[in-house]
Design a protein around this ligand. Structure first.
Ligand SMILES: Nc1ncnc2c1ncn2[C@@H]1O[C@H](COP(=O)(O)OP(=O)(O)O)[C@@H](O)[C@H]1O
Ligand SMILES: [Mg+2]
Length: 354
């Protein structure tokens, strides 16, 4: 990474956080009662409220059809809301469209790239659209293309790029006017693990080193977990849970403790002891498991109780809850592998050659 220059150019972005009228002015996002109904379709977004702080990475997590893209389209002024309001970078998305568009960078789910143009040519067009003078455009373009690892390919036509390369170019294009807020709609769906990790790194760096606020949608809970400071879980157009990944998991999904006795015939007694601490849950052969009522704090007591019952323990594991447990608790469904899921869950995807 050739960080130096990029850092200077973006420094102004971090400084003004929290200034302006509302606390979330500057680089934040405030959404109130936002609704979008389609004429011949569902109420795709059904009254959502959310706030994203300046410099925060907000993960908008939900299955296919939940309303993520529709929300992004409204917040980026590409689609008018049916009802409700939102301020992005302190500007009203309905009344101050141009000011909103100046402040934001957008990489949509379907990257609109021309297969017959090279990365350099895309960059030049994008800079031209933002009225960036030629010399400055060239410098920024080079820097961004290098930052997303496309220097070698920059004079090749985009038609020959892999999915990951296209997403990285799209990200670079979204950054050319040095936006204070970045919208990324499913930036890693369909990508191989390597491209995904590279993109996570870049997004994390933009937020931490340059103070860019990031609104990112995803259907992958690992992505929300790894990247987002705060997560909003959306299902059927409504936000069903919101918070930091840790708090959400702690609130809903209690950890499971799974234990195996050293002597097989002690399994039943072990199960009975564990049941004092929570509800039984499925466990592999030769083990017993419960979902701890009082969370991880109780683990020491579990061990003491097993000891007091003179049960020798061969193995004891604690399984942390995931954001899928949160989704399940709120909606009664699993997040991944939903019936009409267009993209397979990460596991399957990773098995494919890049
Ligand atoms: N232009 C449209 N016309 C009618 N229905 C739409 C349109 N765009 C999206 N929808 C519907 O709105 C719902 C939310 O879609 P979308 O916001 O794309 O979800 P997500 O991005 O979370 O997968 C879906 O049921 C989808 O079919
Ligand atoms: Mg979408």
């Amino acid at each position: 990474m050739s960080g130096g220059n990029a850092g200077e150019a973006n420094e102004r972005n971090g400084g003004n956080a929290g200034e302006g009228s509302g606390g979330y002015g500057g680089n934040g996002i405030e959404v109130e009662g936002l609704v979008r109904e389609f004429k011949k379709g569902p109420r795709a977004v059904d009254g959502i409220d959310l706030r994203v702080k300046p410099g925060e990475i907000y993960g908008f997590l939900g299955p296919n059809g939940a309303g993520k893209s529709t929300t992004v389209h409204m917040l980026t002024t590409l689609l008018p809301p049916t009802a409700g309001t939102a301020r992005v970078a302190g500007h009203d998305i309905i009344k101050e469209g141009p000011a909103v568009r100046d402040a934001i960078g957008v990489a949509l789910q379907e990257a609109a790239l021309d297969p017959f143009l090279t990365a350099h040519e895309h960059m030049r067009l994008q800079a031209g659209m933002h009225g960036i003078p030629k010399a400055e455009a060239r410098r920024r373009g080079e820097r961004l293309i290098e930052r997303v690892g496309l220097s070698e390919a920059a004079d090749r036509k985009v038609g020959g790029y892999s999915g990951g390369m296209k997403r990285r170019l799209d990200l670079a294009l979204a950054l050319v006017h040095e936006p204070r807020i970045l919208f990324l709609d499913e930036p890693t769906t369909g990508l191989d693990v390597q491209s995904r990790t590279a993109l996570w790194d870049e997004v994390g760096r933009l937020a931490s080193s340059h103070g860019v606020t990031v609104f990112l949608t995803t259907q992958y809970l690992e992505e929300a977990d790894a990247l987002a400071d705060r997560v909003g879980i959306i299902d059927d157009g409504r936000i069903v849970a919101e918070g930091t990944p840790d708090v959400l998991k702690a609130e809903i999904g209690r950890p499971t403790v799974e234990a195996a006795p050293a002597e097989a015939d002690a399994l039943e007694r072990m199960g009975a002891v564990l049941e004092r601490f929570g509800q039984r849950s499925p466990a592999p052969q030769g083990s017993a498991a419960v979902r701890l009522d009082a969370g991880t704090g109780e683990l020491a007591e579990v061990v003491r109780a097993l000891d007091a019952a003179k049960i020798r323990v061969a193995n004891l594991e604690i399984h942390a809850p995931t954001l899928d447990d949160v989704f399940l608790a709120k909606t009664g469904k699993h997040l991944e592998g939903s019936a009409d899921s267009a993209a397979p869950p990460t596991g399957e995807l990773e098995a494919l050659p890049a």
